[in-house]
Design a protein around this ligand. Structure first.
Ligand SMILES: Nc1ncnc2c1ncn2[C@@H]1O[C@H](COP(=O)(O)OP(=O)(O)OP(=O)(O)O)[C@@H](O)[C@H]1O
Ligand SMILES: [Mg+2]
Length: 335
């Protein structure tokens, strides 16, 4: 008798949905393994990305991975073992012992705000010097730089200090939240296996969310202990994981540190070659469906069919490709 079961792409793991196989009666569960590699969740508005993240986070945590969700809209605390506010997370940027490390972290956070926010060599030098001789608090740092701008006899130092201050003001609200204090509940560099942490960023401005995200990424890259497998989930990846950012660096290198990135985006950003798992919900337009089909199935005939499917998926449906397996059509489980 011919089998009616459609074989799932992965043989062992936790279910996140059901494989939909046209013409077959009994569908197989869609399993995700403990280590999916980096994950890209893409799809139009309201196509089911956030919901899929919840289902996926639970399946990964059940297998002992830690999951840290940078919750842009404050919609994920329902899946959290620990629902945190931004200031409850220990990312002591200004307190890194080596001032050059602090400068690097701040430069990386500034980069996402545009080229006009970068630090000149003189600004970086002034910042490192001032850090070395002030209390590592953003207020002290700003006050010290204001004094310098007022008292220096050198015009170039004055101009650069003013420019540096303008950049620091952009980072100040986030740096203040990250200053050491008694209320820290999570060291993201050593999370507990099997836990889901959410950080509610909904009270921050878009620019503060980006700053927070990059500072956390830099911190993980430098300090994450390799023992626990950690998934870091970030929304709006088209704004946060661009080339040259600490998040992109995590995509490139973080497997060594046992960090996997889960990016969510509604924009047709090119997928990263290092993303082994793709969950593609309904696409907003033909252009992005085509690009995605190219990534998922390079053969011309499969590509055409896939493009069509990607445009007609219903909410919660997705084309899922896990690791080296073939893409399958699946319905993601309700949480
Ligand atoms: N697999 C699913 N099963 C049942 N309901 C779902 C599923 N996926 C999504 N939904 C429902 O569809 C709606 C939109 O889903 P969701 O918020 O996840 O979309 P989104 O792609 O994240 O949207 P946005 O672009 O606005 O962030 C929600 O009400 C959600 O509960
Ligand atoms: Mg969403």
């Amino acid at each position: 008798m011919a089998t009616t079961r459609h074989s799932p792409p992965v043989a062992a793991g936790e279910p996140i949905g059901v494989v939909e196989a046209p013409g077959r009666e009994a569908a197989a569960e869609l399993l995700v393994p403990r280590d999916t590699g980096h994950v890209g969740i893409v799809g139009a508005t309201e196509s089911g990305k956030s919901h899929t993240l919840k289902t996926l986070a639970r399946a990964l945590a059940r297998q002992g991975a830690a999951v840290l969700v940078l919750d842009w809209e404050g919609e994920h605390s329902d899946i959290a073992s620990h629902a945190l506010e931004p200031w409850q997370v220990r990312v002591p940027v200004l307190n890194y012992p080596d001032p050059r490390r602090v400068v690097e972290a701040l430069e990386a956070a500034l980069r996402v705000h545009g080229d006009h926010y970068s630090l000149s060599p003189l600004m970086a030098q002034l910042l490192a010097k001032t850090l070395a001789r002030t209390r590592r608090r953003v207020r002290s740092l700003v006050e010290e730089l204001e004094k310098l701008a007022e008292n220096t006899p050198r015009a170039d130092t004055r101009t650069s200090t003013h420019a540096l201050l303008r950049r620091l003001w952009a980072l100040q609200p986030v740096l203040e939240q990250l200053e050491p204090g008694p209320d820290k509940k999570l060291d993201p560099a050593s999370p507990q296996p099997g836990k889901i942490y959410t950080i509610d960023l909904s009270g921050l401005t878009p620019s503060q969310k980006k700053t927070y995200t990059q500072l956390l990424a830099t911190h993980l890259q430098a300090n994450k202990q390799a023992t626990t497998l950690l998934y870091l989930a970030v929304e709006e990846a088209h704004h946060t994981a661009q080339p040259g950012t600490p998040l992109e660096q995590l995509l490139l290198e973080a497997r060594k540190k046992n960090i996997r990135l889960i990016t969510l985006t509604s924009h047709p950003t090119p997928l990263h070659h290092n993303q082994q798992t793709i969950i593609a919900h309904q696409q907003p337009d033909t252009e992005s469906a085509k690009r995605l089909a190219e990534h998922l199935a390079p053969e011309p005939r499969a590509k055409q069919a896939l493009t069509k499917t990607l445009l007609s998926l219903e909410t919660g449906e997705a084309i899922v490709k896990i690791g080296a397996s073939k893409p399958v059509l699946a319905k993601i489980k309700p949480i």
